[in-house]
Design a protein around this ligand. Structure first.
Ligand code: AMP
Ligand code: FE
Ligand code: FE
Ligand code: ZN
Length: 295
């Protein structure tokens, strides 16, 4: 009997690198549709890519089809918004069940809060600048997860700032009088929601300028099913990075590296950081919620 067909290999052995596991489309705050994001990943030489829009899975189908037609492996993902005290924490989730009820309740609540919050911020900004809600709608793909980047794009279109960076440094900064918080679950809840949906939770850009999350919180996230950390990311800095390298080695956690591509919304380019093949295999083998899409 012949059993040596590709479909009978374990899933974790069927993809090929290089792999970039963190890219955004216009279903959240990237500037391109999912198919164009996969095309950009392909042009950069990647052979496996994930779509990780904020708080939504709505781009998966288009990205999967585009990736397959380009001969790439597609990993379905999401970047779930969470918050610890004053700071925002982003939890990447891979290969979870997109129909999981608890996770959907959570993402629906976050997206609803993002809409209310964007309306309030637009209203506050509109008192001092020429900016209407229509201007934000003009910058947002239908159904997209709204965020400050859409407000930034509207401010750019109106000539109030030159780019997203200037908007984030001023009008949209958390210290600005126009800033409004969004609802986001605590990081332990976010990690558990992804793990309970059969997914693999990884903390995005965990060593940014805000510094490390408290060790006790990390231990609670690990107990809730946290699988690893995105150590390859342009926003990570020392000495936090070294501390996390020691933690992942000690606890044998998964380590990823990715671009966090946002199209024209950020300078990050597909493939600027990648994830090692053995780590991609561990993510695929650990997940039970959904499957990668192979070409
Ligand atoms: P929000 O979740 O709506 O508060 O907005 C945060 C999002 O804005 C993150 O997902 C980042 O991708 C994006 N972002 C943060 N800072 C910047 C920046 N300086 N330039 C462009 N995008 C940014
Ligand atoms: Fe983003
Ligand atoms: Fe993020
Ligand atoms: Zn991201």
């Amino acid at each position: 009997m012949v059993t040596d067909t590709a479909s009978e290999q374990p899933a974790g052995a069927r993809f090929r690198g290089p792999s970039d596991l963190h890219l955004h489309s216009d279903h959240s705050d990237g500037t391109e549709p999912p198919a164009a994001v996969m095309a950009a990943a392909h042009r950069a030489g990647l052979r496996t890519a994930a779509l990780t829009d904020h708080d939504t899975t709505s781009g998966w189908a288009e990205a999967a089809e585009a990736a397959a037609s380009l001969g790439m492996t597609f990993l379905p993902g999401m970047e779930l918004s969470a918050r610890h005290e004053w700071r925002s924490v982003h939890v990447l989730g891979y290969l979870f069940d997109p129909d999981d009820g608890d996770l959907r309740v959570l993402t629906d609540r976050i997206r609803h809060s993002r809409l209310t919050r964007a309306r309030t911020m637009a209203e506050l900004i509109g008192r001092d600048y020429d900016l209407s809600w229509e201007d934000i709608v003009d910058q947002t793909a239908a159904g997209a997860t709204l965020g400050r980047p859409h407000l930034a794009d509207a401010l750019v279109a109106k000539g109030h700032v030159v780019d997203r960076g200037e908007a984030f440094a001023g009008i949209l900064h958390p210290g600005s009088p126009y800033y409004v918080d969004l609802y986001a679950p605590d990081p332990v809840t976010a990690v558990a929601a992804i793990a309970n949906a059969g997914g693999v939770p990884i903390i995005a850009h965990p060593a940014g300028r805000a510094g490390l999350l408290p060790a006790r919180l990390v231990q609670r996230m690990l107990a809730a099913g946290l699988a690893g950390f995105e150590l390859g990311h342009r926003e990570n800095v020392e000495p936090a990075l070294t501390t996390l390298r020691e933690l992942v080695a000690r606890e044998e956690l998964i380590v990823t590296g990715s671009s966090d591509y946002h199209g024209l919304g950020k300078p990050n380019l597909p493939g600027e950081h990648t994830t090692a093949d053995d780590m991609v295999a561990r993510i695929i083998d650990r997940a039970t919620g959904s499957a990668p899409v192979f070409p």
